[in-house]
Design a protein around this ligand. Structure first.
Ligand code: UTP
Length: 294
């Protein structure tokens, strides 16, 4: 079955980015001049997704507003003859069929996904985390996972290798065959292992899931951090269906962390014709100044 729908969970509190996230969703933090969530929506659209559900909460209406028409602003831009800006603003509201639902209590990522049950119905769907940007212009990460789904007809989690000291930050897969990770069946997954991680491949914000996951999420007990973990439900899914891991290519930025946000800002500026020279100058000046002060 074709993957048409995607879920973007964006209802977390974003405590690692306080105080900015006190009144501003972290998904709206701009990487230069575009909110994080727009990069993610664009990745889904480029991959053939037509319907996107964003999981929000009562503090995140700025996300819904951003993808809506802005009649006042459009009127102003039209009146001022700013045609280019007008087209830009209008295009954002036509990007895809966008929907939103509120997660009423922040009980974890698994619980956020469960909020999408009636939107998804009985078909496989994509999940793209609202604070994970994967940069790959030629072949978006979720497109790579969709192809893996089409090959296996099974759920697929997107993985990349992470350093040993970071294994306790992620969901880590337990592959059936440890020698071939480009597309490999998994027999389990562990959320944030403190020791004895089953591999060094972490699930990094991209998934294709079958609707069976909802049945499991409905009965999922809280796990690490007292949250209903998607990882735990996927581990149970392997008892009923095959689940695969696909090592995707692309540079992934966890923009929910300050370091990841900085890295993404620098990398995207260096990719832009209108900004790369400025960004290079800034970096060179700063590094030279720092060396002189030492
Ligand atoms: P994170 O753990 O990275 O997000 O969840 P967080 O809880 O917002 O951030 P910190 O840890 O406090 O800094 C991964 C994704 O799942 C969403 C988040 O919005 C993020 O996109 N999420 C998390 C929900 O939608 N609901 C939740 O209850 C928890």
């Amino acid at each position: 079955m074709k993957i048409r729908k995607a879920i973007i969970p964006a209802a977390g509190y974003g405590t690692r980015f306080l105080p900015a996230t006190k009144s501003m969703p972290k998904e709206m933090l701009p990487i230069i001049d575009k909110p994080t969530i727009q990069y993610i929506v664009e990745e889904a659209v480029k991959s053939g997704i037509t319907d996107i559900l964003i999981i929000t909460n009562s503090q995140k209406s700025s996300i819904e507003n951003y993808f809506d028409r802005s009649w006042e602003l459009e009127g102003f831009l039209k009146h001022s003859g700013k045609e280019k800006e007008l087209e830009l603003v209008k295009s954002i509201s036509n990007i895809a069929n966008l929907y939103s639902v509120r997660q009423k209590e922040q009980k974890g990522l698994g619980h956020a996904i469960l909020c999408a049950k009636s939107f998804v119905g009985d078909e496989p769907f994509a999940v793209l985390l609202g604070d994970d940007i994967v940069d790959n212009d030629r072949d978006p990460a979720i497109s790579q996972l969709i192809r893996a789904y089409e090959k296996t007809n099974s759920s697929v989690v997107g993985v990349q290798r992470v350093p040993f000291y970071d294994l306790n930050k992620y969901g880590i897969i337990d592959p059936v065959d440890k020698t071939n990770t480009s597309l490999v069946e998994i027999k389990g997954m562990v959320e944030k292992p403190q020791e004895n991680a089953p591999s060094n491949y972490a699930v990094l914000g991209r998934y294709i899931l079958t609707p069976k996951i909802f049945e499991l999420l409905e009965t999922q007990e809280p796990g690490v951090g007292g949250e209903i973990q998607l990882t735990d439900a996927i581990r149970r899914l392997t008892e009923f269906e095959k689940v695969y891991a696909c090592e995707f290519s692309g540079t992934r930025y966890d923009v929910g962390t300050k370091r990841g946000f900085l890295e993404a800002t620098v990398a995207f500026a260096l990719k832009r014709d209108d900004l790369k020279d400025d960004m290079e100058d800034i970096i060179i000046d700063r590094v030279a100044n720092r060396k002189m002060r030492k």
